[in-house]
Ligand binder design. Structure first.
Ligand code: TYD
Ligand code: MG
Length: 457
């Protein structure tokens, strides 16, 4: 066994040091090291007494029937079930991260109530609020009558003992993992060691009992699930709940999922009575579009399996600074820099003396390169003052050579645009044949020079 002595653990990433230092070499965070007792042996672990041949092995094929025994636990909230991949898997552990006040507790209380009302035993453990506060929230959402078991407790041994009494719960929510502590771990609550130890104990409970466990995790200012990056590796799925303070809608996004796709999003709107599902996000993101103005282009995007239309806004203005500003909300900085460089080199635009601002309307975060030509169109439109046709959508990837490349699921993008009343689409000239494009007027482009010429004309 390693020599015992003071250990310093980075509270951001869990890296262990034997000497204090100002910056964590592993993740680059400053002042994140704190002294903790040497990580205790795993609670309930067998130490180094030498392994006994206790683990049983199974032939893969003989397990065929077993996986069908446990059907998924469907929450009945369509947008949530979509992100989990069709419901919670019994015995699995899910981590939900998000900023404080974004609505994690609200969402989970709604899921608990929906399951409890269908006769499942559901336990909601709050380490942050009293049972009275949790009940008040449920009342506000009109769910106070749902037979959810509530507990305000922070000690994991007590929680696990309580859960062992009575009928086995189908779902257990722990709100939040940072408030939990285990008596078998020496560090203070909230430290990496404590969070990891508590998570381990709870995960072991889920795996042995077959209950689905949801852990709520807080997020640091740079968007990572605070403290326990380590916990992310221990769980089966990591979901993040996002939203812009100024907007009422929220997006649940899969970051890791052993039982489903990770690129699905669920869209909700925060109302006075909890979260309501948004089954047609495009209509929401395009709502309140202003009169046609330069610098606005509608991008036909895809999130997971679902097409989502969203407006991309650009403002290109002469700069008064030595180094012009580039500011982006909802898209990648480096991707904008690339599109700007391509427009300068191949499109003949002069942007060196201009500030550039780019915004994805409504607070959605776009990750697809397919947004390139929507961004390019918005930039050219703002620079030249030419208004883009109001009833058009844009999608296509821009290569460094200036070529416009085809993107996937074009047919679904066009169908969504047609459904929302758009009449034309600007898209790459190559790519698979997808019929007539739902009756849209298709404008195909092979190179950014053609696009620039078309907009400026
Ligand atoms: P909460 O679920 O407590 O957030 P988290 O657990 O992620 O910290 O949500 C808190 C916010 O949601 C709070 O600012 C009030 C708002 N809210 C509503 O607008 N309507 C509602 O019905 C509820 C329950 C909360
Ligand atoms: Mg909360």
């Amino acid at each position: 066994m390693a020599k015992r002595g003071p250990t310093y653990i980075c509270q951001a990433c869990g890296a262990v040091y034997h000497r204090w230092q100002g910056k964590c070499d592993a993740c680059g965070t400053w002042s994140s090291l704190s002294e903790e007792a040497q990580a205790a042996p795993v609670p309930g672990g067998r130490g180094s007494s030498g392994g006994k041949a206790r683990g049983r092995v199974f032939a893969l094929e003989t397990l065929k029937g077993e996986t069908q025994d446990a059907p998924r636990i469907v929450a009945g909230i369509g947008e949530l079930d979509r992100v989990t991949g069709g419901g919670f898997v019994p015995g699995s552990v899910l981590l939900i991260g998000g900023d404080p006040g974004i609505g994690k507790s609200t969402l989970l209380m709604q899921a608990c109530a929906a399951l409890a009302l269908r006769g499942q035993r559901v336990v909601y453990v709050s380490g942050e609020e009293s049972t009275g506060q949790v009940r008040l929230r449920a009342e506000r959402m009109g769910l106070a009558e749902a037979p959810v078991d509530l507990a305000a407790e922070t000690n994991v041994e007590d929680i696990i003992a309580t859960l062992g009494q009575g009928q086995r719960p189908a779902l257990v929510v722990i709100d939040s993992i940072q408030t939990m502590w285990s008596g078998e771990v020496e560090s203070a609550p909230g430290t990496v060691t404590q969070v990891r130890g508590s998570a381990q104990a709870l995960i072991r409970y889920a795996k042995t009992s077959g209950a689905c466990l949801i852990l709520v995790g807080h997020v640091t200012k740079d968007g990572q699930i605070a403290g326990p990056r380590v916990v992310e590796h221990m769980v089966d799925a990591v979901l993040s709940f996002e939203g812009e303070g100024a907007h009422s809608f929220r997006i649940l996004r899969g970051q890791k999922n052993r039982f489903g796709a990770t690129d699905e999003i669920g869209v909700f709107e925060m109302t006075g009575k909890g979260l309501s599902e948004v089954s047609n996000p495009s209509a929401l993101f395009l709502a309140g579009r202003d009169q046609p103005a330069p610098g606005a282009a509608v991008f036909a995007g895809v999130e997971g399996t679902r097409p989502v239309l969203v407006e991309i806004q650009a403002l290109v203005a002469p700069t008064s600074l030595g180094t012009p500003r580039r500011a982006v909300v909802g898209w990648e900085n480096s991707r904008l820099a690339m599109v700007l460089a391509v427009l300068e080199t191949h499109g003949g635009l002069r942007l060196g003396q201009h500030d550039v601002y780019l915004n994805v309307a409504g607070g959605l975060r776009v990750n697809e390169p397919a947004a390139d030509i929507a961004v390019a169109a918005a930039l050219v439109s703002s620079l030249t003052g030419a208004i883009l046709p109001n009833e058009s959508v844009y999608f296509g990837e821009v290569a460094l050579s200036g070529a416009i490349r085809p993107v996937s699921v074009a047919a679904a993008r066009l169908r969504e645009a047609a459904k929302l009343g758009f009449g034309a689409a600007f898209l790459p000239s190559g790519g698979a044949d997808f019929g007539d494009g739902s009756g849209l007027n298709l404008r195909r482009f092979g190179h950014v020079t053609e696009l620039v010429a078309d907009i400026a004309a």
